[in-house]
Design a binder for this molecule. Sequence first.
Ligand code: PBG
Length: 327
Amino acid sequence: MENFQTSHRRRRANPHIREIAADVHLSHKEFIQPIFVDEILADRVENEFMTGVFSDTPTTVLRQIENDLKNGVSKFLLFPVPENRYETDFKFDFAAKTIENIKKQFGNDIWLAADLCLCSYTTHGHCGILNEKHDHILNEKTCEVLANYALNLAKSGADCIAPSDMMDGRIKAIRQILDKNEAENTAIMSYSAKFASNFYGPFRDVCKSSPAKNIVLKDRKTYQMDFRNGGDAILSSLRDAAEGADILMVKPALPYLDILTKLRQQTLLPIAIYHVSGEFAAIELLAKNGLIDADAGHLEIWTACKRAGASVIISYKARLAKQILDF
Ligand code: PBG
């Protein structure tokens, strides 16, 4: 037989064959856009480090969503930022009202997931209720409050509840209360593999949700995952699936693609990946300094997420996904 050299470059030779040879194709339909609504704002403000990401007022958010719909975005993840802070007796009226207003205007044209956590509500910025000494989160009490909060949001029209608090047993508690109260169609997207990451900085600025410096419990490491422990992410995700989660999540994105791929092999549920605020801001900062084309950078990362096994991508640039992908 005659010798021939295998060419891999032939499949890279022009845009057409590259398109055919690609094994990943993204659609803007796979994206979720996070939105922030802040109770104290008189007008919307753009986040300093996250280009194109605004903190909206209950009124301006309606215009934002209207625009997003025109750009092919129909799935949203809402972060309410309430004015008041509490230790125990939480009031969730602002979040509930915000959801009601949004759904009143857009109904089933949009799919609205509501982030469920206490970090924007507590005086100390932790995601749950603390004991008196402020050195320990009360798991059961927090789950109870979260479950009631979830029901409130579901009754206000949320299509999906997305618990990001990381308490044990919250998925079960939420599923039970929803099912008992005729909210059986409200989905749960669990932040099931959420790491105690260094990449949440810009988000915590926007949501005013950093843990207070002057208390015993300084960080979220007793409830969010240790990044040296990949097994925990799989175990916790499978547990959340067994408790009734409809969608699982890996968060942040880039440093955890190995977790995503492993989880993909262990479950048939859809898995969302969250490209978080610090990861997003890093690209925008490179772009501001002329070191990257931001859109191309985001596209490369989104594609990597999909290749690693993501069914859904939560990106602060989801509202440009259609435009970027159509290019
Ligand atoms: C709330 C929550 C956080 C994020 C989503 N939900 C912050 C945190 O856990 O401290 C981070 C999202 C981002 O950085 O984009 N618990």
